[in-house]
Ligand binder design. Sequence first.
Ligand SMILES: [Zn+2]
Length: 387
Amino acid sequence: MDRGTFEMMKLANKRLILNSIRLNGPISRAKIAKQTKITPPTVSKIVKELIEEELVKESHLGESEGGRKPTLLLLKEDGYFVVSVDASSTHLRVMISNLVGEILIKKEISQSSSLSKEKFLKELVKKIREIIKTSAVDSEKILGIGVAMHGVVDIEQGTCLFSSDSGLKNIPIKESLEKELNLPVMVENNSRAMALGEFWFGKNKKGDSFSVINIGRGVGSGIITDGTLSRGAHDTAGEIGHTTISMHGRQCGCGNKGCLETYITGEGIVKTAREEIENIPSDISPEKIYQLAKQGETEYIQVLEKVGEYIGVGIVNYIHTVDPEVIVLGGGVLKSQEFLMPIIKKTITEKALTDKLKKGINLYVSDLGENMTLLGASVLFLKKLFH
Ligand SMILES: [Zn+2]
């Protein structure tokens, strides 16, 4: 075997062992060997390296089966950190988390939606610099900066090609941040980042094939097949927010009319409420609509039910195109899930083509909440370490 092949095999074994510790830890060396089918001496040798590299640590709390307690292995949570960013042109969330997704520090900032490209990038650099400084994390231990960006992203270049909420085009995020901050940067579309967050940190750890649909300020989805994100030929796979559900419907930021997004985002919900309810308060917001529905105000409950139907129709279109096993919903709009979910499910039952689809789709709301996108942005770097 030549040296190159040997190194590659060693690296593959190392990743296999590291993943076994990530998914099954605390775990003994013997169990890793059994699970990965790598010989015990090789496991011990690689584990020694992983401990030296500060990726793995030993714990002595294992259950004894007679004799002395076995030493178990865990990820060394504070061995490395990732800076993650959830960015749109109206808000910015920045976070630093460790190898196991524990959050050290998180900041949220609203900004004007009429920012220029230059101002947007300048603000991004400033906020990242500030959070690194405040956290006092050693920059040697930062794997990189993962950016989840609202809009269409060219991941090779790390450029946002188009962001519909601001209309900005060709924002060179990776290039600018790397130049200013001297750390590696990866950029991904926010809904795809959410899918990665759910894949890595969500409850359905065994599901390698599923879709995440994000319904918040914008609408998008991430499709994971066999553990890998699908992007399509032109980086737009999963852009369900801009599928048309009404030919002559509401004007969308993308230039088209009647896009799904215009009916089911926070802004869309407010528009529906204004259309449906007379004498509605001028400062009505999605949060207030939810509160009023919770207080039993029938008109507001009906608005959310109408929105649930729009979402249901969007999901049926999605199911007929993608046919996923599991659909995980995330994003701010799902805070109203108690009103939305029954109608979404009812709409799927009414409109899906076959009985298998009507009953067979496992649909639920992610329990990661608003951290789903930021955690997903951190996975852009964690993934490189483990896969
Ligand atoms: Zn659109």
